[in-house]
Ligand binder design. Structure first.
Ligand code: MG
Length: 262
C-alpha cells in the first residue's frame, strides 16, 4: 500500500478537482430526453480541454470515458443513445488521469421527479459514504470503514452490493487495498496518513445479488431493484481525512491558469 507525501496528495487533488468539476457540469445536464452518450461526449471533451486523459476509456477495453448506470444498473453502464426518462435515477462514475495521478468519483442523480423511496436510496448512498469517511482515520483498521457503511445501509432497509469495492488510488486507478462496503470491524491493515482511497458504497433497494449484462460490463441487481452509488477520493491526514474530489469552491479551478495548484 502506497503512502503518498503531501506534494503527491496535492497532485492527486488536482486530478480529482477536474473530476469534480466535470461531474458538476454533467449533473446540470441531467434531464429527461438527454442521451447518455451526450453526457459521455461532454465528459471526454472537457477532460481533454483541461489537459487530462479519461481514465476509464480503454481500461480493460471499457469503451467510454464515463460510466452511466440507470435504475437497476449498479455500475459500469455504457453510454449509448438511450434517453433519460422522468423518474429514472442515473449513476455517473468518472475518472481522469492528470499529470501522472488519477482521480475517481461517482454520484447518483434523479431525473426530474423521482419517488420518495428512490430519493431515500440516493441519500443513503451518500450518507453511507460519510459514515465510512468518519472511520477513515489514522489508527483505525480498514474494515472499520466497511462495517460503518454496511451498518448504516442495512439500518436504512437497503442492501450493500458485495461484488464491487472501494480501492486505493493515486499512481494507478486501482491500487491496494480493496475496501469492501461490508464486513466485520477491526480487520485488515491499519490506516495511516498519506493513504489515498476511493470510498464508494453501491447499494440496492432490494437484494444485493448482481448480474452482468451481455455487454460484459453493465452490472445490474438480479432482482432489478434500484441501485445508487456514491464515491469520493479521500486522503488520510494526521487528523482525519480530506475529500479530494469535492469541488474546492474557495480555490479557482485547477485547470484555470490563476489557480495556485496549476
Ligand atoms: Mg472507484
Amino acid at each position: 500500500m502506497i503512502i503518498y507525501c503531501e506534494e503527491e496528495v496535492h497532485a492527486i487533488k488536482r486530478s480529482n478537482q477536474i473530476v469534480a468539476k466535470i461531474l458538476e457540469e454533467l449533473g446540470s445536464m441531467i434531464k429527461p430526453g438527454v442521451r447518455t452518450r451526450e453526457l459521455d461526449e461532454h465528459a471526454e471533451a472537457r477532460t481533454r480541454e483541461m489537459g487530462a486523459i479519461p481514465a476509464f476509456k480503454g481500461y480493460r477495453d471499457f469503451p467510454s470515458s464515463l460510466c452511466t448506470s440507470i435504475n437497476e444498473e449498479i455500475v459500469h453502464g455504457i453510454p449509448s443513445s438511450r434517453a433519460l426518462r422522468e423518474g429514472d435515477i442515473i449513476s455517473l462514475d468518472f475518472g481522469v488521469l492528470y499529470e501522472g495521478y488519477y482521480g475517481d468519483a461517482a454520484v447518483t442523480f434523479p431525473v426530474g421527479e423521482i419517488t420518495p423511496k428512490a430519493k431515500k436510496l440516493i441519500q443513503a448512498a451518500k450518507e453511507a459514504f460519510h459514515k465510512g469517511l468518519e472511520q477513515a482515520r489514522a489508527g483505525n483498521r480498514l474494515s472499520d470503514i466497511s462495517y460503518a457503511i454496511q451498518a448504516y445501509v442495512e439500518a436504512q432497509g437497503f442492501s450493500v452490493i458485495r461484488s464491487f469495492v472501494g480501492h486505493g488510488i493515486g499512481l494507478s486507478l486501482h491500487e491496494e487495498p480493496q475496501i469492501p462496503n461490508f464486513g466485520l470491524p477491526g480487520r485488515g491493515p491499519k490506516i495511516k496518513p498519506g493513504m489515498v482511497f476511493a470510498l464508494e458504497p453501491m447499494i440496492a433497494m432490494g437484494d444485493w445479488n448482481v448480474e452482468i449484462l451481455e455487454d460484459n460490463w453493465t452490472a445490474i441487481t438480479r432482482d432489478k431493484s434500484l441501485s445508487a452509488h456514491y464515491e469520493h477520493t479521500v486522503a488520510i491526514t494526521e487528523d482525519g481525512a480530506e475529500i479530494l474530489s469535492e469541488l474546492d469552491k474557495k480555490e479557482a479551478s485547477p485547470f484555470l491558469k490563476e489557480n495556485r495548484y496549476a
